[in-house]
Design a binder for this molecule. Sequence first.
Ligand code: FE2
Ligand code: FE2
Length: 177
Amino acid sequence: MDIKFNELLLSTEIKGMGKLIDHLVQMGFYTAPASSQNHLCREKGLLEHSLNVYAIASVMPMAGLVDKNDLIVSCLLHDIGKMGAFGEIMYQDNILKSGKISDAKPYVVNKNIVIEHQDLSLMIASKFIDLTRETAIAIKFHNGLYTPDGRTINGKETRLMMILHFADMWASRVVEV
Ligand SMILES: [Fe+2]
Ligand SMILES: [Fe+2]
C-alpha cells in the first residue's frame, strides 16, 4: 500500500476506485517490479514508476490543458497490467540453474499472459471504474509508436496521450536509469 498513490486516486472521487485499490493490493501491484531487466526491475518498482510518471506529467506546462482527474487516473493506472492478470503475476523470478535469482535479469515475463500490458491495464481498470475516452486512449497508446498497434494513433493523438507518453519515456529513460 502507498498513501500518496491511494490518496491521489481517491481524490478523483470516481465511483469504484476503492474497490480497484483493493484489487491492486490483492494482485500485488504495490510490490511488483516495473520491468524484467530495465527500469526499476525491483520490488515496488512499478509503484515508484507510476508515481514518477505522475510527478513528471503534473509539472509539465501543458498539464493544465487536460482534466485533472484524467491526468491522475491515466498516469497512476497506465501500467497496472504489469502486475499481471487472470490470477497470474506478470514478472516471475528468474531463477538460474545455481538456484539464485539473476542479478542481470531478475525477472522473466510470464508467457502465459500473452496480452500486452497496456490492454491489461484497460481491462483491469474498467472492471471497477468508468474510464473517460481521454483516459482510455492515453492508457492504450501510452507507448506511442513504440509498439506495432501504436501506429493506430498516428494522426489521432490526444493531448493527454502525448503528455502520458512523454512523462512515461522521461521516467523510464531518464529518471529511473
Ligand atoms: Fe507501459
Ligand atoms: Fe510506464
